[in-house]
Ligand binder design. Structure first.
Ligand SMILES: *Cc1c(COP(=O)(O)O)cnc(C)c1O
Length: 281
């Protein structure tokens, strides 16, 4: 007799990340290695974040604040939205997981693009859901194609804007038309991991307005890319109190570590660093 692992796992494979720099150095016997596999920040992270982290190393015996109170308050002030609409996570990766756990039951459908961030599809499958994959059109999310694929089993729509890995965007106007047409019982996850890099005027500048207007939209942002804090694992979602309340039920009690919380607060204050990143890119 062998262990009966969940059948949902049968055709899933572990995620294979880009190799760490040290492994590549060893494997090929080379010294200068630049890692491009995971879109990490070539300029590292803010000096101000480093300073506060160095001063915070004495407090690691205690569990982190499970409510991430200070981080939520800092975000609330910066984004002009209530703390109850905000939920920090250990990276957007964790949030994607939590979202699937919150809404997907076996047999439910989740729609996304064919070439986009792969975790949308794997977490959907993990929960016994069926990914419905709509091909990109001109390397871009095909919002009309997604609308045409909505059925009475659709629970979730994953949108990545700008899309990883194609770097294309859907415009604010296109999104607003789309949101109007999606039934309110379907959760739309709007992942803007690369929002800080976008220069185009027709890209949505303030997606918080989406959340204020529609109760079924969850915006995801991360400190891993422009802020350069991928190693600490910190991100957050913004959505209606009802969505946040339910994701909170499946979240681990101390999901965002103490240093990540402190670093994220300091990172939010350092606009100068972000500007340098933006200019370099
Ligand atoms: C990098 C990335 C994530 C994951 O970010 P973390 O916060 O580091 O987990 C999520 N979505 C997209 C589109 C990404 O490129």
């Amino acid at each position: 007799m062998s262990i009966a692992f969940r059948k949902e796992l049968r055709d899933l494979k572990p995620y294979v990340p880009g190799k760490p720099i040290e492994s590549v150095m060893k494997e090929f016997g080379i010294k200068n290695v630049i890692k491009l596999a995971s879109n990490e920040n070539p300029l590292g992270f803010s000096e101000k974040v480093k300073e506060i982290l160095m001063k915070s190393l004495d407090n690691l015996a205690l569990y982190p604040d499970g409510n991430a109170t200070n981080l939520k308050e800092a975000l609330s002030e910066k984004l002009d939205i209530d703390v109850d609409n905000i939920l920090p996570s250990s990276g957007a990766d964790e949030m994607i997981d939590l979202i699937a756990k919150t809404v997907i039951s076996p047999g439910d459908e989740a729609i996304t693009a064919d070439i986009t961030f792969p975790r949308y599809i794997s977490t959907t499958k993990m929960m016994g859901g069926t990914p419905v994959v709509v091909p990109l059109k001109n390397f871009t999310f095909d919002l009309n194609g997604i609308l045409n694929n909505i059925t009475n089993r659709t629970k979730l729509i994953w949108i990545c804007n700008p899309n990883n890995p194609t770097g294309t965007i859907v415009t604010e106007k296109e999104l607003m038309d789309f949101f109007e047409k999606v039934p309110e019982n379907i959760l739309i996850v709007y992942d803007e991991a690369y929002r800080e890099y976008v220069t185009r005027d027709d890209y949505p500048k303030n997606s918080i307005e989406f959340v204020k207007k529609y109760p079924n939209i969850l915006v995801m942002r991360t400190f891993s890319k422009a802020y350069g804090l991928a190693g600490l694992r910190v991100a957050y979602a913004i959505g209606s109190k009802k969505i946040i309340e339910n994701i909170n039920k499946v979240r681990g009690p101390f999901n965002v570590n103490s240093l990540a919380q402190i670093a994220a607060i300091a990172a939010l204050k350092d606009d100068e660093f972000l500007e340098r990143i933006y200019n370099l890119n």
